[in-house]
Design a protein. Structure first.
Length: 116
C-alpha cells in the first residue's frame, strides 16, 4: 500500500505522540486519534502502528493497546509474545493478552499534553 502525503504526515504525528508515552504507562488508538483532532481515526492510528516497525525501530509501540487494554497489536512484533514481554519489563501485569488494572496505567494524551 502506497501512502499519500497526508497519511504520511498523520503517521508521523502518531509516532510523535507515541514517543511521549511514559515508561510503565499505555494509551490506546482512539486517544491518540482524538488528541490529533481525528476522534474517529482510531483505525488510522492502528494502521500507523502496524507499519511503524518498518520506519521507526526505536518507537515504544508496545505502549499502544486497544480501548480496553487488550494487546491487539501483538502480532505486528517480531514475536507474538514480544509486546507482552516489553510491557512486563515496565512493571505492567498482563493476563490473557490484557493489561491488568488498565485504568491505572492509562496515559491520556488529550489531558497530559494539553496546551494550557
Amino acid at each position: 500500500m502506497k501512502l499519500s502525503e497526508k497519511n504520511k504526515d498523520f503517521f508521523e504525528k502518531v509516532y510523535q505522540v507515541v514517543e511521549l508515552i511514559p515508561h510503565g504507562r499505555v494509551t490506546n488508538y482512539g486517544s491518540i486519534a482524538k488528541y490529533l483532532g481525528s476522534p474517529r481515526g482510531a483505525r488510522m492510528v492502528g494502521w500507523a502502528m502496524n507499519s511503524c516497525h518498518q520506519h521507526r525501530q526505536d518507537l515504544p509501540a508496545h505502549r499502544v493497546v486497544n480501548r480496553v487494554g487488550l494487546l491487539s497489536g501483538k502480532n505486528h512484533f517480531s514475536h507474538p509474545d514480544r509486546m507482552q514481554e516489553l510491557l512486563e519489563k515496565e512493571g505492567i501485569v498482563i493476563k490473557k493478552n490484557k493489561i491488568v488494572g488498565f485504568k491505572n496505567h492509562f496515559w491520556d494524551p488529550v489531558s497530559e499534553l494539553s496546551m494550557d
